[in-house]
Ligand binder design. Sequence first.
Ligand SMILES: C[S@@+](CC[C@H](N)C(=O)[O-])C[C@H]1O[C@@H](n2cnc3c(N)ncnc32)[C@H](O)[C@@H]1O
Length: 262
Amino acid sequence: MTDAPTSIDRSDRAPLRIVSTHGRPSITPATRLCLSTIDSRPDLIRGRGIDWGSGSGVLTVAAATESQVEFVLGLELDPAEVVTARINAELNGVADRTGFLVSDSYDPLPDQDASMLEALRGKATFLIANPPTSVGDDGLGWRRRVLTGALEYLAPGAEVLLQVSRQYGVQRTERLAFDVGGFTYNGVLGSTGWVPFDQNRTDLRAALSWYVAEESRTGEKYSFRHPDQDRQIDAAEAQRLGTITGASPRTQWRMHRFTRLS
Ligand SMILES: C[S@@+](CC[C@H](N)C(=O)[O-])C[C@H]1O[C@@H](n2cnc3c(N)ncnc32)[C@H](O)[C@@H]1O
């Protein structure tokens, strides 16, 4: 079941018409950032690509509307979101240039047409991913899995647009390329302003707890902005302040560029 279509503005392009799966937000601030990066860097989005964790398909559809893009495949774990994404592709006239698979990362479920993914093996020229935060580790576990799995599908020189928020710091983000191997890190493509790392959200509260555990395990700090002062705080201080005042620390959603090595 989907909610009524809403219009999403894009720079210098026709707005998208997007329905959302009933009860789920289609568009978050991170989605908007990914979308504006697609709009501002069409040079990185060419040929055939993958949208990992495509949700309601907003990014898949946006990329597919670019004239230099031939095909985009959305991989998404949630079957309801895949149904919604197909509707969104129809609504925006790109059904023939998109495909969506119910897939656990790069493993399509048995009843899905896995040949769409197979056709991209070693040939995809871009990947977009706005993955969930992982818990039980440093928060970047999903991003490592996205990049590791992508090694099989991306052609040499392929571009990756990956959402990694600011609190991880440049070193942790850059290290993703070395941890996985096969990529170079090419910097920040775009950023939001300061936004709350909303501690009313159970997933972000759990993430902050894991960051605190990781700081005490490794000594390497996370970097948030104080809720109302112009200074940096680590995860432990962010959690302490939240317990006392109820305020959320601030961060920035950020899009980064990784390039598949030749
Ligand atoms: C932060 S949302 C991003 C959705 C959309 N791409 C966007 O930017 O708005 C992350 C998406 O990843 C999906 N996801 C989570 N685990 C997954 C997995 N193992 N395989 C594929 N998709 C997954 C979630 O269901 C969710 O739709």
